[in-house]
Unconditional design. Structure first.
Length: 433
């Protein structure tokens, strides 16, 4: 996909964000814990969700779209298989969370090394530590992890880092193990708590304490219905879009999940209004706000998934900014692309230092992961002239249902071309030349 952005348009209006991709993915995985029907609403229509649905269908589920595009009924047509197809699993890291539910259901599970955005080494040691503590024997066979067990048992597990995926993996597995499992230093993200709410409706007992989850598993889990929480990362992306382009944008979302972003935007000098179910940002655009310090940390800290978009915003701030990334070790890929547009960014390990510039100029840039791609689109909104974001691997659509379409509805001017059309056009242009 190729996005061409005509910079300099202000954004006005309001929008409602879809359900959270990062909540929907583990919720879909959790449907493997029961043979009963599960109905899920507010599932976003993004690439990663479509891949997860394909994996579930391979594993014996039928995923029917009910009433509207965002509602699905997940039924069981065959007992779960033990292994998911490698070519699908490799497309997204969240697929690794299937290992626990599958071993809990079948006693044997095989999942290949997960893929996803290239933002770090992405080890799975905490997932494996948790599953081993619950009684699974795990072997790595080349690219494949195999987990098997005669009987799983509850355990007390301390995570060295509050990994979102490992917390979800352990919680799902423990939900199907009678007895009390405790996860200490658990991730506290809203998406983790959304999964806990589904598991409670399915019959598990889960107590949420600060940094700790206590799970009373059940021998059998039942069907239920659940609505996915709004996507805080999508909401944050649109708020930063309003900030960088200038204008007046209201995003209908769950403000409680965006406190770190709102507080940071307020500190930088934007007008932020928080309502019960929406956030409004009013901005005068580039040059009207200050630089500052941003540190991406586990929730409730500033979300790493909004760090690239923040970097684009701060490239046009007054003064100096430092951004420290503490979650992923390779999450500054947008910096070199922003530099092509005229941004002044110096990277030193996990810290980026940005000297704000007066303007960015449009050019051709490449998005190498979902959020870096979004960050470049936002930079294009404020840049002088034409910015072309090349997203040949469709990273942006993996995480956003329609980023360019929503921005256009707010007043942006973005043209989207599919890769084939884009390359056909290149040939025509080449022919003329
Ligand atoms: C989830 C989100 C992703 C977000 C991330 C951090 C989904 C589908 N994706 O990813 O968008 O950026 O949380 O908020 O929900 N780690 C280990 N060992 C492990 C697991 C993780 O060292 O076993 C490390 C990772 O390499 C990384 C850090 O922990 O440096 C965070 O990873 P984690 O919280 O697990 O992220 P994901 O669940 O993969």
């Amino acid at each position: 996909m190729k996005l061409t952005i005509y910079g300099g348009r202000r954004l006005f209006g309001d929008l409602t964000v879809d359900g959270a991709k990062n909540a929907a993915l583990p919720l879909l995985a959790a449907t493997l814990l029961t043979d009963d029907d599960i109905s899920l609403q507010n599932i976003p229509d993004v690439g990663d969700v479509r891949t997860m649905i394909q994996i579930l269908e391979h594993l014996g589920k039928r995923v029917e779209s009910a009433h509207s595009r965002e509602s699905y009924l997940i039924r069981t047509v065959e007992p779960p298989l033990s292994s998911a197809p490698e070519h699908l699993v490799r497309r997204l890291r969240a697929s690794f969370c299937l290992l626990g539910p599958l071993v809990a259901r079948t006693g044997l599970a095989q999942i290949s090394l997960p893929g996803g955005c290239p933002i770090g080494v992405r080890p799975v040691d905490l997932h494996l530590k948790g599953l081993r503590a619950l009684g699974a024997q795990i072997e790595s066979l080349g690219n494949l992890f195999q987990a098997q067990t005669h009987k799983l048992h509850p355990a007390e597990i301390y995570l060295d880092f509050p990994s979102v995926g490992a917390t979800e993996q352990i919680m799902m597995t423990a939900a199907l193990i009678p007895g009390r499992t405790v996860i200490s230093n658990a991730a506290q993200d809203p998406e983790v708590h959304d999964l806990a709410r589904l598991l409670i409706k399915m019959g598990a007992g889960i107590m949420i304490e600060p940094g700790r989850l206590i799970i009373e598993g059940a021998p059998r889990l039942q069907g239920t219905s659940h609505r996915v929480i709004p996507d805080r990362i999508t909401a944050g992306t649109f708020l930063i879009a309003g900030a960088i382009a200038g204008g007046d944008v209201t995003v209908h979302c769950q403000p409680l999940h965006l406190e770190a972003l709102m507080s940071k935007l307020d500190e930088l000098g934007f007008e932020i209004q928080e309502h019960v179910e929406s956030i409004r940002i009013v901005s005068e655009g580039p040059g009207s706000y200050n630089g500052g310090r941003v540190e991406a940390r586990p929730y409730p800290g500033f979300a790493t998934d909004l760090q690239p978009q923040m970097m684009a915003l701060l490239a046009l701030a007054r003064g100096t900014t430092t951004i420290k990334e503490t979650v992923w070790e390779n999450r500054f890929s947008q910096a070199a692309e922003l530099a092509q547009m005229g941004a002044q960014i110096r990277i030193d390990g996990s810290t980026a230092t940005i000297e704000g510039v007066e303007y960015l100029r449009g050019t051709e840039v490449r998005g190498s992961d979902t959020r870096a791609g979004a960050a470049l689109v936002l930079a294009g909104l404020a840049a002088q002239g034409l910015t072309t974001v090349l997203d040949s691997e469709e990273h942006i659509a993996r995480g956003y249902a329609d980023l360019p379409g929503e921005l256009n509805r707010l007043g942006a001017d973005i043209i989207v071309e599919e890769e084939e059309k884009a390359s056909e056009e290149k040939e025509v242009v080449g022919g003329r030349g």
